[in-house]
Design a protein around this ligand. Structure first.
Ligand SMILES: NC(=O)c1ccc[n+]([C@@H]2O[C@H](COP(=O)([O-])OP(=O)(O)OC[C@H]3O[C@@H](n4cnc5c(N)ncnc54)[C@H](OP(=O)(O)O)[C@@H]3O)[C@@H](O)[C@H]2O)c1
Length: 275
């Protein structure tokens, strides 16, 4: 029997690469996105449907799940991938910017999960794959709101697997380091720091750190790991993706927390950095 995956944020980057890969591997793909009409480089076939889904709109989530079932029947895997980064000094973030980050990265993911749980429970079978980030395991300056949303998804997922595994529902977390998508250009919302010039040097140093860091993975490589996670029949929860992420995660696991924090501070801001 052909299996079916529903993907959020399939219009670009990791979501689109994953839609293409699963379809190539013979799966039915419900490629959900906010604006299907504007995405011309993902072709619809009998086994790939572009379906409208905005994770900030519950009705569109419920409708997309219904349409997926109408097109393909049973849903086997949901890839919660939609997300963006609200970035800048926390003090400069507006309430709206903070709330929207959580509405998309966390509450939207929760709403998609809630909409599919009854279907998975009925089938006593289903897998949620949640895309977080290396930034769901450790932090950098300037990204506090994004990190908070991804740490939240990590905690949510880890707790939920205890309560839904008994119903035949499994969970996986995909934690990429830097991926060569358009995330940095199309999916970063920078806070207005005009009134906070005292953060300029921290912003500059953090931007320099990321500009000088190597991008480790392509979206296609992340898609391969997602396919592996969907099909390896293992109970493995976390999949760290990319050499950059693996190296930092290893330091995080091995070093005492103070030493790890000093290492990140030294690398990004300089060891004795003060204002
Ligand atoms: N790129 C990286 O370095 C990196 C590293 C670690 C983790 N990640 C995570 O990977 C995921 C995918 O990012 P990407 O790198 O592939 O970037 P991307 O190409 O910019 O993709 C982001 C996707 O999220 C969608 N999205 C944003 N808001 C949405 C909403 N309200 N409802 C539905 N979809 C929405 C976007 O849709 P529109 O086309 O409608 O904007 C787009 O399809 C994100 O969760 C991101 O946090 C990325």
């Amino acid at each position: 029997m052909k299996k079916t995956i529903l993907i959020t944020g399939a219009s670009s980057g990791i979501g689109k690469a994953t839609a293409n890969l699963f379809n190539k591997k013979g799966w039915n793909v419900s490629a959900t996105m906010r604006n299907p009409d504007t995405v011309n480089d993902l072709n619809e076939t009998s086994s790939l449907k572009k379906i409208k889904l905005d994770v900030q709109n519950k009705e569109s989530i419920i409708r997309a799940v219904e349409l997926t079932q109408q097109s393909f029947g049973q849903i086997h895997v949901v890839l919660n991938n939609a997300g963006y980064g609200a970035v800048g000094p926390f003090e400069a973030a507006t309430d709206l910017q903070i709330k929207r980050q959580f509405e998309v990265n966390l509450f939207g993911l929760m709403d998609v999960t809630k909409a599919v749980i009854p279907h998975f429970k009925k089938n006593n079978y289903g897998l949620f794959i949640n895309v977080t980030s290396l930034g769901g395991l450790m932090t950098f300056p300037i990204f506090s709101i994004y990190h908070a949303s991804k740490f939240a998804v990590e905690g949510f997922t880890e707790a939920l697997q205890y309560e839904l595994n008994p119903f035949g529902i499994e969970f996986k977390l995909i934690e990429p380091g830097a991926v060569a998508t358009d995330f940095a250009t199309r999916s970063l919302e920078m806070f207005n720091t005009e009134e906070y010039p005292d953060y300029d040097i921290i912003l500059q140093k953090t931007q320099d750190f990321f500009s000088n860091s190597k991008v480790s993975s392509s979206p296609e490589q992340v898609a391969e790991i997602i396919f592996n996670a969907a099909t390896d029949d293992s109970k493995q929860l976390r999949y760290i993706v990319g050499e950059d992420a693996k190296q930092i995660a290893e330091y995080r696991a091995k070093l005492p927390y103070e030493d790890f924090r000093n290492m990140i501070k030294g690398q990004v801001l300089g060891t004795n950095f003060e204002i």
